[in-house]
Design a binder for this molecule. Structure first.
Ligand SMILES: Cc1cc2nc3c(=O)[nH]c(=O)nc-3n(C[C@H](O)[C@H](O)[C@H](O)COP(=O)(O)OP(=O)(O)OC[C@H]3O[C@@H](n4cnc5c(N)ncnc54)[C@H](O)[C@@H]3O)c2cc1C
Length: 374
């Protein structure tokens, strides 16, 4: 039986474990963090990545922990509805066009599925040394143990140590120039739809989640990616959405402690193939980190894993399997990263997009292209 080590227990690593288990490949995961919790607050899954979760066998559970959104309400800074953006559903008529959920929820669903699949997970552990030979890879772990593997899946995220080690000529993770603020809150009564409010250099998203919860994100083209000092972060945060009306004040007034606020400078990287070296193949954010403008980064990671699960049983030599995966995945990854970056640049430029409908058009064209089979 083929034996594969997965490095990283995020969406890409866990999805790879599920897809490879379905393909009768023996896997184990090492996750560097002792405290295996997801970063961030909420997540939106587009329709095409939901299709990937159907193949991974976790869709029904995600539907249970997610909230369906059929439209996004686009509002002015005063909260008045300007337009409604219908969301694309490429699955069955009863399936959700967009699924909003807490990061904890998707993490818990995936952890439970990995457990059910019998995949061993070692926390607080990573690769200390790697000896890649003709027949496979010999690994020494940071806990002093060793293992022999036919190949390795590197799913260690945007700051991938494996990318740095194996693909030294890959482009570096780069700042996109924007920042994002995120927080969890209670959903104010009456707020039913995913709502976006546009106010100059700030774009606010209010995403109702199940059980009366809400995920707030605020894209910020003013801060230039500079994290405010710790003792100022709450005041800086609260001042920004003060320009918004509608449901915004009822959410912002709940955020009174700096510990509730997550600030992050947005970054991106798009690694041109190869995504593999020796017997190690990188997937997920390790090779394509995107800004979140079309909510598709985790979607790409899940799709990478599904394609890996489709290729693994063919019994191809590793090099051929990895090359095949790269050729099936690179264009989709490029589309997501470059579209998201274009949207980010329009938001940051004094001139804005070439015409006001250009962002919506670009998003629609991109999601339509991504709805094609993997
Ligand atoms: C602000 C923001 C909002 C987003 N919103 C959305 C959204 O709405 N929808 C969407 O689809 N995507 C979204 N994304 C993108 C999504 O979060 C990522 O694309 C996704 O998490 C990538 O999964 P991954 O498993 O490749 O990497 P990660 O989620 O980063 O997981 C990597 C894992 O590897 C572990 N690790 C790291 N180094 C090592 C090591 N050396 N050894 C072992 N383990 C290691 C880490 O601890 C982590 O658990 C958003 C991203 C950002 C920044």
């Amino acid at each position: 039986m083929t034996k594969v080590l997965i490095v990283g227990g995020g969406p890409a690593g866990m999805a790879a474990a599920l897809a490879l288990s379905q393909a009768n490949v023996e896997t184990e995961i090492v996750e560097a963090s002792d405290d295996w919790r997801p970063g961030g607050i909420g997540l939106a899954l587009q329709s095409a990545p939901q299709r990937a979760t159907m193949q991974l066998g976790i869709y029904d559970e995600l539907r249970r922990v997610g909230r369906r959104h059929d439209v996004i309400d686009m509002c002015g800074p005063d909260g008045r509805l300007v337009a409604q953006m219908p969301q694309i559903n490429i699955n069955g008529p009863d399936d959700a066009p967009l699924l909003g959920m807490a990061r904890e929820s998707i993490h818990d669903v995936m952890v439970a599925a990995v457990e059910r699949a019998g995949v061993p997970v070692r926390l607080g552990t990573t690769i200390a040394d790697l000896d890649d030979g003709d027949g496979g890879a010999s690994v020494t772990f940071t806990d002093g143990t060793t293992g022999e593997y036919d190949w390795i899946v590197g799913a260690d995220g945007a700051h991938s140590a494996l990318r740095a080690r194996l693909l030294p000529d890959a482009p570096p993770l780069s700042p996109a120039g924007q920042s994002i603020w995120r927080a969890a809150a209670i959903c104010p009564p009456g707020l039913e739809h995913y709502t976006m409010m546009l106010g100059g250099p700030i774009r606010l998203g209010l995403v109702p989640l199940p059980d009366g919860r809400l995920y707030l994100w605020m894209l910020d083209s003013e801060s230039g990616g500079e994290r405010p000092p710790r003792d100022e972060i709450l005041d800086v945060f609260r001042a920004k959405p003060a320009r918004f009306g509608g449901f915004a004040p009822a959410v912002i007034e709940q955020l009174t402690d700096a510990a509730q606020i997550d600030f992050r400078a947005l970054t991106y990287v798009l690694v041109p193939p190869p995504w593999h070296a020796g017997h190690v193949l990188l997937i997920g954010d390790a090779v394509h980190t995107t800004t979140p403008h079309i909510s598709y980064g985790a979607g790409l990671a899940l799709e990478d894993a599904v394609v890996l699960g489709e290729l693994a049983p063919a019994g191809l030599p590793f090099e051929q399997m990895a090359t095949e995966l790269e050729s099936r995945r690179f264009e989709r990854a490029r589309l997501v990263v470059e579209t998201s970056l274009q949207l980010s640049r329009w938001e940051q430029s004094a001139d804005g997009p070439p015409d006001p409908s250009a962002p919506g058009r670009l998003i629609g064209q991109t999601l339509a292209a991504l709805s094609q089979p993997l």
